[in-house]
Design a protein around this ligand. Sequence first.
Ligand code: GCO
Ligand code: MG
Length: 403
Amino acid sequence: MKITEVRVIVTCPGRNYVLVKIVTDEPGLYGVGDATLNGRELAVASALQEHIAPLLIGRDPDRIEDTWQYLFRGAYWRGGPVLMTALAGVDLALWDIKGKRAGLPLYSLLGGKTREGALAYTHVGGRDFAEVEDGVRAAMARGFRVVRVQVAVPGNRGTYGVAAGSAKGDFPREGLPPEEVWEPSPYLRTIPRLLAHLRETVGEELELLHDVHERLNPVQAARLAKELEPYHLFFLEDPLRPEHKESFRLVRAASATPLAMGELFHTRWDCLPLIQEQLIDFIRCDIGHLGGVTEARKVAALAETFQVQTAWHGPGDIAPPTHAANVHLDVSLPNFGVQEMVFFPEAVHEVIPGAPEYRDGALWPSESPGLGCDINEEAAAKYPYRRAYLPTTRRADGSVHDW
Ligand code: GCO
Ligand code: MG
């Protein structure tokens, strides 16, 4: 069997997605993958089209590991968000083909189910504590047992995860990047108060988590983790910048608040220091920016060895094939922790059918062979690419900060 064509499809059914369709010489047999990198979509599409697709034509799609090694190590230049997203798109499509050939859903190829569904969390953002509380209650009514909470910080402009009183703070804006203003002191005062409010009003049973979005320095992160301790977070997400793995030691020593990190990591070697020193409790890489299922399985195996659980990144800026891959891994891995999720708008279901189903606080994998997703190319063509950027952040004095 041979790969005969690699199609790269860029579409914007609400936001931009880069999809990969790998076609084989077996009639009707193709695989579908996602290679979306929010705000840098065309860089990945071009890497795939211009540099990677020509290397795939004529290869045996069954040899996933060999193709992965060939594209990662064989190409000399390796790693980074653009190339690892491109590699993930190829990897997902190849796993999809393997599942379709076997007539088995991906989770079955990964060793079979260790659980039926994947415990899922949703996002709640609000302009004030009351609005967050309302959102949390609505999520609970929808069956969620784990909820991520973000709140606007007085004095800061455009807090992450809160725009328009919804969880769409990470939604890319058309035009040039909007600028937000962020100061650590009001943020550090506000978040413990939010958690105190929620514990008082919604009680102890609901699992709560909060995303720092890599904005704090080590001592600030340590203070936040320590002050949040009484509210028993499920985890505190991405407290520090991805470059500063050593700083997790300070945060860890300061508190018993569970820590999660990883959406800006691109290889297992990025994850390794935090895992092997047990400096985090959850590794939350984005499978779509990590080279796909092939690398994610290796990260999960490293994590299992050190009692770290998985919490794969699941935002709206990656397409349904990556969400599907997340859930196939979640139900098969012994050390699965929790799965982040979003509800896709109707146009996304039309263009890319097969996103995992949400029911009773969990996500359920497709029983179709492979990933369970498809691409409707005619529908995709109705939604052409629109240039969009994530916001950027500045401190009050005008200097650039991490968004
Ligand atoms: C999350 C993430 C996202 C990112 C987004 C950037 O935890 O879901 O932090 O919201 O901001 O993926 O493109
Ligand atoms: Mg995050």
